[in-house]
Design a protein around this ligand. Structure first.
Ligand SMILES: Nc1ncnc2c1ncn2[C@@H]1O[C@H](COP(=O)(O)OP(=O)(O)O)[C@@H](O)[C@H]1O
Ligand SMILES: [Mg+2]
Length: 337
């Protein structure tokens, strides 16, 4: 299949740094200058299954929306944005909350001046949904399971490919652009939170959920997190980075518990926190912590995670770290410079 401007095909192997046949292509836009295209970070580590499912959806949603589910800080939002960035696909991004309404996504009237100082006039401002639908952007709704289920089902018509009608704006009708996509992220899959690990999660309605394709993103495997840390904290010796990843996985195991129903601690180490820990370990390389010790790893772990932990959790996590690092925990051998 050949596509022409304004669209473009991108080879998956070179665009995302994965070993796939050279003829495997991803669909995107030719124009790289749209201000709504997300920024990309070099060295972002893409995962094969996630990429396959996301790219398949972006090319041909067949009337579905995409629900990306997984634990906090596992790479849901960044994964979607990093893909869009490389395909020049503009994104309208919103973080949901309990009081959010569909009308917040559609748009509202507001007083606006056309030139500074001029008397403002009532103008209709299109919201992220209306813009995404009209322009062919990805509408990315983060933490969608925080949203009231009734509100979310207000999107059903749009998800089914019907035009958006805006009564407040003289009945304006917006037809869906062929590149319009809806992608949402959440910690649950619309079934509330049976584990009690997350707060504020609402049970979504079954009919609304039936419109989504599900993609699961767990914390990346150690070899992928090794790539992530190599990219963001390559100055730390590899053996330290590997041990940090072991500590993270041990903390996650304690957080989830044996049955995945909540474990001994109520705090976990996301990839986001792991990255923060590694970066701070470099930054605090020569620093002395508030306890008067020179241990950059411990100091950085404290600031990255432990200051929001309860005392007994903190103790458990420090024990994991000191067991894992052994002598390095005390000596704090944090590499060159
Ligand atoms: N595959 C990855 N490659 C590089 N960094 C990653 C990756 N996955 C997660 N991260 C890091 O973790 C942070 C949090 O990820 P994010 O996508 O916001 O998580 P989520 O949306 O699942 O809560 C990102 O900003 C990035 O620093
Ligand atoms: Mg997110």
């Amino acid at each position: 299949m050949t596509v022409s401007a304004p669209y473009q095909e991108f080879p998956v192997a070179t665009t995302f740094g994965l070993e796939v046949p050279a003829k495997v292509m991803a669909l995107g836009f030719a124009d790289a200058s749209n201000p709504h295209i997300p920024a990309k970070s070099d060295g972002y580590a893409f995962r094969r299954v996630f990429l396959r499912e996301l790219l398949a959806f972006l090319r041909d949603p067949s009337g579905d929306a995409l629900y990306v589910t997984g634990p906090t800080g596992s790479g849901k939002t960044s994964g979607i944005c990093e893909v869009a960035a490389r395909l020049n696909w503009p994104v309208q991004q919103v973080t949901c909350h309990g009081r959010m309404e569909v009308t917040d996504l559609i748009g509202h009237h507001t007083l606006m001046s056309r030139v500074p100082g001029e008397t403002p006039v009532m103008t209709f401002q299109h919201g992220p949904l209306a813009v995404a639908m009209r322009e062919g952007h990805i509408l990315l709704l983060n933490e969608v399971d925080m949203m009231d289920p009734g509100e979310l089902s207000g999107l059903n018509d749009v998800l089914e490919g019907r035009p958006l009608v805006i009564p407040q704006n003289a009945g304006e009708v917006i037809k869906p652009h062929p590149m319009f996509r809806v992608v949402v992220t959440g910690n649950s899959v619309g079934n509330g939170d049976a584990t009690g690990l997350y707060q504020g999660i609402a049970m979504q309605n079954l009919a609304a959920m039936d419109r989504y394709r599900i993609v699961e993103v767990d914390y990346a495997k150690p070899e992928v997190e090794a790539k992530i840390l190599a990219a963001v904290a390559g100055r730390l010796p590899e053996n330290l980075r590997d041990r940090m990843i072991s500590v993270a996985n041990e903390i996650r195991r304690l957080f989830k518990g044996e049955e995945g129903m909540g474990g001994e601690i109520a705090i976990t180490m996301s990839t986001r926190t792991l990255v923060r820990w590694a970066k701070l370990s470099i930054r605090f390389h020569k620093a002395v912590n508030p306890q008067g010790e020179r241990n950059a790893l411990a100091y950085a772990l404290d600031q990255a995670l432990l200051r929001r932990a309860r005392p007994e959790e903190k103790e458990a996590i420090v024990r994991i770290a000191s067991d894992t690092f052994g002598d390095q925990w005390v000596d704090g051998d944090q590499g060159d410079d």
